[in-house]
Design a protein around this ligand. Sequence first.
Ligand code: SAM
Length: 243
Amino acid sequence: APTLYLVATPIGNLKEMTPRAIEILNEVDIIAAEDTRNTMKLLQAFDITTRCISHHLHNENESIHGIIKLLEEGKDIALVSDAGYPLISDPGEKLVNYVIEAGFNVVPVSGSSAVLNALVASGICTQPFLFYGFLDSGEGKRTKALIELKDLPYTIIFYEAPHRIEKMLKSCLEILGNRQICLARELTKKYEEFLRGTISEVLEVVDEIKGEMVVVVEATEKEKDIIPLSVLREKIDQYVDCG
Ligand code: SAM
């Protein structure tokens, strides 16, 4: 049956392109890409010659119509974004809903995503977590969103652009308090780096950093369930003594 494949592409390191992703991009009839020029570069690197059409927020409605027509003609389509998974802070959500509604298959093809890479290396509790994506760049909306998140007992993950990181962290400090965070930068790339500390500690160095970044923020204090190592050792000692 005609299928829309959601193909994850590397978030930096080209070696994270999977054999399955290459196979599917070769085999589908058409690749719908967020930015065809960027995707062409990726395709060239893997000698993939499949035709590309564009699918982004500004042409979404016409493009959805076109893609559904192609599926009706029996064609298979792959959707890709510039990096990572489509739909994760990238276009594709509306398309997927229409394709499901029209009764066609939707198949995800795994790869890396900045959110999970950042979370697992953060040192911050991995479950439950809430992926927020980008906060609004306007202070009013950003503040409102942070107030809504403030008391949730979940690790929260944000995407942010380097030129907005300082303002964003200042808002977090003001509204969420001085929590532990991990700023994960340039994931999978040569200068990959993890800055771990309180928000105010990370703010001290943040004006010098560039590149793509993810911020992982620990959950609100009252729900934390970390047993200090000293207590844990005591417990283990007791257990060993009894045994
Ligand atoms: N679809 C992508 C995904 O699955 O992660 C996210 C696309 S979103 C438009 C771009 C944002 O993702 C960047 O501003 C940054 O916050 C994050 N990002 C993407 N690649 C990254 C990387 N290599 N290192 C750190 N953050 C990254």
